[in-house]
Ligand binder design. Structure first.
Ligand code: ATP
Ligand code: MG
Length: 602
């Protein structure tokens, strides 16, 4: 389990069996969470709720009020709230402007008869109208579901059907390419609002024009009473392990979005924050829209897709101070090496975080080498609505660990027994299922139309996450693998993450995905699929070298027995390696739901 400790990075000697990157002794700004234990001790949900305003006159709690209206009415009104870098232009909105534009949206939706509970889907690339539509719909108390714009027609129609969409806000181009032909299948879909190319007007049959609606709508909108338990957001999971589930979230989730922005992402009033996730995935909504706005920081939105040099340009030019990204992107940057960063002025950058997949220790260390600071891994799910376990600015980082639970969050490691009950493991570094004590504000309130699947997530007071993990003697959590992906080989339980991380340490390896392949003797053997970095050629020599490296690093029982090379590994569109697909293909089994599959190179 111990990651290697390259001395050049100034790591402290392993303490309690794990290397540590010490917290900064001279932070540029004092972190919001300075003393983890004290913060946990003193934490209360009432206190977290008190960081928000609530709707005036005790009318309840509404995400959009906390994100927009309260800042528009306060000292931050004329500061930059949203800074948009488009492919062919830029736009910026102050909180006052965001208030006016989102009020227009709310009025327009209300004018269409879309009131409380109406389901408004948004299908668009990262354009300003997406952000206005989401926040405006929340003001009107509609339920919002942002969809990833690169989905094909079928996954889009399926989600609109399951989610019982009443309205869809999309672009003219996406509508023509992906929705128009399937519209007859969607009788419930009453309104389609189209944003024209570069915001221009549109005139497509059976649709409404965004620009016209906005022009005619007032910039004043009083958010009606909103109960904290009113449904606010619908988010589909990534579909990594099977058919995507629609997780239901309520307005009260904003308490979690806000406090995690403060503690886990360490937002400060002058920050420029960049979350690289698309709002079609929960990270892109909770942290690409809500948390930065509620915390009053400038939210940078970049329309273009990943490109390492382009991203470095943005970090430098926009003086990004807090950056939230994902392991896949980090691994792609690592592929190019830190030389690509030479000569750049990234002096504004002070905190980097990652989510979505296990972050290999090698990637955390590369952060130090390339940016002078580690990536702070954090863990959460669509179902949890907000960050649950994190590495904090004022805490030593143990590369390879997801960190410690947020104040207010109680996490543990459980094992199921034969009677269907669960018990907590005793002692450190014991594998089991990661579980969270139910009841935090952004916990999903259900899987849409899947009550049985939802009920199965809970045993007593615990929500079971479906991920296997361990907790060390200091309370840091270590990801082992998804319960579905864990390999049972000759009596050993092997987490794919450990094997993948060991392979990643080899200079030739860009990415690795590990599965269990059925074997008559061992039950399963460990098989790895590897994508090589540029300049390395797949073949027997490198295969033997990697097998040897893994055996030395992991021991013969855990090291892969077979390694195959792939140009790319199959991933979800949110960048997660689909091990179930590697396995299905290896075994010639049906591929299952692949609606979220992105790269498809075998
Ligand atoms: P599905 O539930 O449809 O199979 P999914 O679980 O990938 O898809 P998400 O909710 O987007 O959908 O992802 C949450 C999962 O991502 C977690 O349960 C975990 O397996 C993985 N994950 C997220 N962050 C981390 C992390 N920091 N380390 C390890 N795994 C992570
Ligand atoms: Mg999941």
């Amino acid at each position: 389990m111990n990651p290697p400790v390259p001395s050049r990075l100034g790591l402290t000697a392993p303490v309690g069996g794990h290397a540590r990157i010490p917290k900064s002794a001279t932070p540029r700004v004092p972190p919001n969470l300075t003393d983890y234990d004290a913060a946990c001790r003193d934490f209360s949900w009432a206190g977290a709720r008190a960081l928000l305003d609530g709707l005036p006159d005790g009318r309840g709690l509404n995400i959009a009020h906390e994100a927009v209206d309260r800042h528009a009415a306060g000292p931050r009104a004329d500061r930059a709230a949203l800074r948009w870098i488009g492919r062919a232009g830029e736009r910026a909105f102050t909180w006052r402007e965001l208030h006016d534009e989102t009020s227009r949206v709310a009025n327009a939706l209300q004018g269409l008869g879309l009131g409380p509970g109406a389901r408004v889907f948004v299908l668009a690339g990262r354009i300003p109208e997406l952000y206005l539509a989401v926040l405006g719909a929340l003001k009107a108390r509609c339920v919002v579901c942002p969809l990833f714009s690169a989905f094909g027609p079928e996954p889009i129609a399926m989600r609109l059907e399951i989610g019982e969409a009443d309205a869809l806000v999309t672009t003219e181009a996406l509508y023509r390419r992906k929705v128009e032909a399937l519209r007859p299948r969607l009788p419930r879909l009453r309104h389609v609002v189209l944003v024209g190319e570069a915001g221009a007007a549109t005139a497509v049959r059976d649709t409404l024009d965004w620009q016209r609606l906005m022009q005619d709508a007032s910039t004043e909108f009083v958010i009606p009473r909103t109960e904290p338990e009113d449904m606010a957001l619908l988010h589909f999971t990534s579909g990594t392990t099977g058919r995507p589930k629609g997780a239901v979230h309520v307005h009260e989730a904003v308490v979690m979005h806000n406090v995690t922005g403060c503690y886990a992402l360490d937002f400060h009033p002058d920050d420029v924050f960049w979350c690289t996730a698309d709002p079609g995935w929960v990270t892109g909504t909770s942290y690409g829209i809500i948390a930065p706005f509620t915390n009053g920081v400038t939210n940078l939105v970049v329309e273009a897709e990943f490109d390492a040099q382009g991203w470095y340009d943005i970090l430098e030019r926009e003086r990004v101070s807090v950056w939230y990204t994902a392991p896949t992107a980090i691994r792609m940057m690592m592929k190019l090496g830190s030389a690509a960063l030479a000569g750049r002025d990234l002096s504004a950058l002070r905190f980097m975080a990652s989510v979505g997949e296990p972050l290999n220790p090698e990637a955390v260390l590369w952060g130090v080498e390339a940016f002078g600071m580690p990536f702070h891994d954090n863990w959460w799910q669509t179902e949890t609505g907000g960050i649950m376990i994190a590495n904090y600015a004022a805490m030593d980082v143990k590369p390879g660990s997801m960190g410690r639970p947020l104040p207010g969050i109680s996490a543990t490691i459980l094992r199921r027994d034969e009677t269907g009950g669960v018990r907590e493991v005793s002692g450190p570094m014991q594998e089991g299922e990661l579980a969270l004590k139910a009841g935090w504000p952004s916990m999903m309130r259900g899987y849409l139309k899947e009550e049985v699947r939802y009920a199965k997530c809970f045993v007593g007071e615990w929500y079971l996450t479906g991920d296997l993990a361990m907790r060390d003697e200091d309370g840091y959590f270590w990801f082992v693998g998804r319960a579905d992906d864990v390999i049972k080989s000759s009596g050993h339980l092997i987490g794919p993450f450990e094997v993948e991380s060991a392979l990643m340490e080899h200079p030739a390896v860009a990415e690795a995905g590990v599965i269990g392949k059925p074997d008559p003797m061992a039950g399963e053997i460990v098989k790895a699929f590897v994508a090589l970095k540029p300049g390395f050629e797949a073949g027997e020599t490198i295969r033997r070298e990697l097998l040897g490296h893994a055996r030395k690093r992991l021991g013969a029982a855990v090291a892969p027995k077979e390694i195959d090379f792939r140009a790319n590994l199959p991933k979800t569109r949110s960048g997660k390696i689909m091990r179930r697909l590697l396995k299905a293909r290896e075994l010639g089994l049906p591929e299952g739901d692949i609606s979220t599959l992105e790269s498809d190179e075998r």
